[in-house]
Design a protein around this ligand. Structure first.
Ligand code: TXE
Length: 499
């Protein structure tokens, strides 16, 4: 049955009748799952107004108390995990084990962020003057906008909202129009936890009206965005005009380097998971495999054999390795890239076609695909965001690193080797926010910073980890003079206590 869902503003679900509606569908079956209102500028205004109204009370709620609400969200998500995980799988097509992982990541992050409420450290620094204290405290920036994509429809909203809420910032959240049902179920868990009205708000609708409206609204004091590079650049420019903080995470062209001493089985397990997990639609997906020439033939043989064995099908069914891509647009884009590979003369090693008929008849299923590619070709340079892996040959370590770094993105990276020299050099040499050793490019844990360099996004913000608060807070410096007289920094020279 199709659900009729609504907007969440000021602590209430509302379903304005006069809004146009859009559908969210299952990419495996074409079935319509729910309809949502196309939010308007008025809805954005109402949500920002509610968030502004809630700010004073929320920022003054002691952070450990805010943390208790976050723990409650984690508990509720745990209780609802299976239902939300199935919604993730039905709404965007990742296999059920990965759908459960998506929700688990949200639970993990809310538990982690709750603890930040009891840390939120500042610094105490000595003064150059006697009887004077100097310290720093974190200040919440105010209401914030959270704009999220469809590929982690629960985990990414959780990373952003968990950090904003513990910092003391009310949120106005706009989910991707491909996954509003996951977003609504996530917001429903926040609602059940009992945040004060206005602290949590969600408006569904188009990027150009709701997304842009949030970024440009004068009441929004920071924006956290995950999505495509072009949209991210636009958000960055708008945010710069308002001089507000902005966190951007815009994708990658992540590589695994396979050195000649790599353990072949371990490498192949990692490559298959990294390249074809979530049908390659992760910002950290392994989209390039750079192989030392001495290993190249053995790796390619094994890669082709394993890729051809992958079971593509119903993502809800046990035993399926890969589901559909998330939407008709995703399907079109991935098939276009496969065509680019053919036209540019890359060697197709496996897959390369849309799957049709039978269980595939109504869905967006694409064969897991492998091409042998030269480093400057488009398949080796551009983010495909689908189940297409490019294999490249390298002469030696230096050549492999040069190829790995020769792209415009810098999110995740990996090296498989048992030689400490290569492992430690790669940690320094790879231009990326994340480097794995003997593990694929995916698998971030919530207690560590997450983000990239180059066109993946500005390096001054990082989601997750102890850095998560930086996106939503600024530093206040406090001087407390308890000398009882005017003391002048840099001018007074008698600096003995009581002097
Ligand atoms: O992204 P968009 P899409 C990449 C990936 C994918 C491509 C397109 O290559 O194929 O982007 O995906 C909102 N102002 N990534 O179309 O359009 C939009 O409604 C403010 C990589 O989904 O960037 C959605 O909520 N917001 C990525 C969000 O931005 C706007 C994950 C992302 O949408 C807006 C997803 C505007 N003008 C896609 N226009 C990753 N880094 O993992 C749209 N939006």
């Amino acid at each position: 049955m199709t659900q009729e869902a609504g907007l969440y503003i000021g602590g209430k679900w509302t379903n304005p009748r006069d809004r146009k509606r859009f559908e969210t569908t299952n990419p495996a079956t074409g079935q319509v799952l729910a309809t949502f209102p196309m939010g308007t500028a008025e809805d954005v205004n109402a949500a920002v107004k509610a968030a502004k109204g809630a700010f004073e009370k929320w920022r003054k709620t002691p952070a450990p108390r805010r943390g208790e609400l976050l723990l409650e969200v984690a508990r509720i998500l745990k209780e609802r995990k299976e239902d939300i995980a199935r919604t993730v799988t039905m709404e965007m097509g990742k296999i059920l084990a990965e759908g459960r992982g998506d929700v688990q990541e949200a639970i993990d992050f809310f538990q982690y962020a709750a603890g930040e409420g009891r840390r939120m450290f500042g610094e105490t620094v000595p003064s150059e003057l006697p009887n004077k204290a100097c310290l720093t405290i974190r200040m919440p920036v105010g209401p914030v906008g959270l704009i999220t994509p469809w590929n982690f429809p629960v985990a990414i909203p959780a990373w952003k909202s968990g950090a904003a809420l513990i910092a003391g910032c009310p949120i106005v959240f706009k989910p991707s129009s491909l996954t509003p049902l996951c977003a609504a179920k996530f917001v429903d868990a926040l609602d059940a936890a009992g945040f004060p009205p206005g602290v949590v708000n969600m408006v569904t609708g188009s990027g150009s009206v709701v997304g842009d409206g949030i970024v440009q609204h004068p009441g929004i004091r920071a924006v956290s965005f995950t999505g495509g590079v072009d949209t991210g650049r636009h958000v960055y420019e708008s945010a710069a005009r308002k001089m507000i903080k902005v966190g951007l995470e815009l994708g990658g062209k992540n590589a695994i380097i396979a050195m000649d001493d790599a353990d072949l089985d371990l490498l192949m397990d990692g490559v298959m998971f990294g390249a074809f997990g979530t049908a390659g639609q992760r910002c950290t997906a392994t989209s390039r495999l750079i192989v030392h020439q001495k290993m190249y033939d053995a790796v390619v043989d094994e890669l082709v054999a394993r890729t051809e064995k992958l079971r593509v099908g119903d993502p809800l069914e046990d035993g399926t390795d890969m589901g559909p891509v998330a939407s008709p647009d995703q399907e079109r884009k991935v098939l276009e890239y496969i065509e680019v590979g053919r036209k540019e003369g890359d060697t197709l090693l496996a897959g390369g076609a849309k799957l049709k008929g039978g269980v595939y008849g109504k869905g967006h299923f694409i064969q897991p695909t492998v091409f042998a590619v030269d480093p400057r070709k488009r398949l080796a340079q551009e983010e495909i965001f689908g189940p297409v892996l490019s294999v490249l040959r390298a002469k030696d370590y230096e050549d492999a690193v040069a190829i790995a770094n020769d792209v415009k993105y810098g999110l995740s990276s990996s090296i498989y080797t048992n030689d400490l020299r290569w492992a430690f050099r790669a940690m320094q040499d790879l231009e990326a926010g994340i480097t794995y050793v003997n593990a694929p490019t995916i698998g971030a844990e919530v207690q560590l910073p997450f983000g990239g360099t180059k066109e993946t996004g500005p390096t001054d913000t990082r989601e997750a980890g102890s850095t998560a608060l930086d996106e939503f807070t600024y530093w206040k410096t406090v001087y407390v003079d308890y000398s009882g007289r005017l003391q002048r920094a840099q001018i007074d020279t008698a600096r003995l206590a009581g002097g």
